[in-house]
Design a protein around this ligand. Structure first.
Ligand SMILES: [Zn+2]
Length: 67
């Protein structure tokens, strides 16, 4: 199933789609695209697509990353 959102759902996180970027979070923000990649989110989407969904095995992993 392909992702079509910039934010995660449930136990998932999303990973920035830009090649070489390992940013993972609950949401890929416009600020991240601008600050790190100097692109708007629309430009990132056109070039790389939506963020990849990252499904975590343990709920505790999600909680640790959220802190
Ligand atoms: Zn990124």
């Amino acid at each position: 199933m392909s992702n079509s959102s910039w934010s995660s759902r449930g136990d998932e996180l999303v990973k920035c789609p830009v090649t070489g970027c390992h940013h993972v979070g609950l949401i890929i923000t416009k600020a991240h695209c601008k600050l790190v990649h100097n692109m708007t989110r629309d430009e990132v989407k056109k070039k790389y697509g939506f963020p990849k969904r990252v499904i975590l095995l343990k709920r505790s992993q999600v909680m640790r990353i959220n802190e």
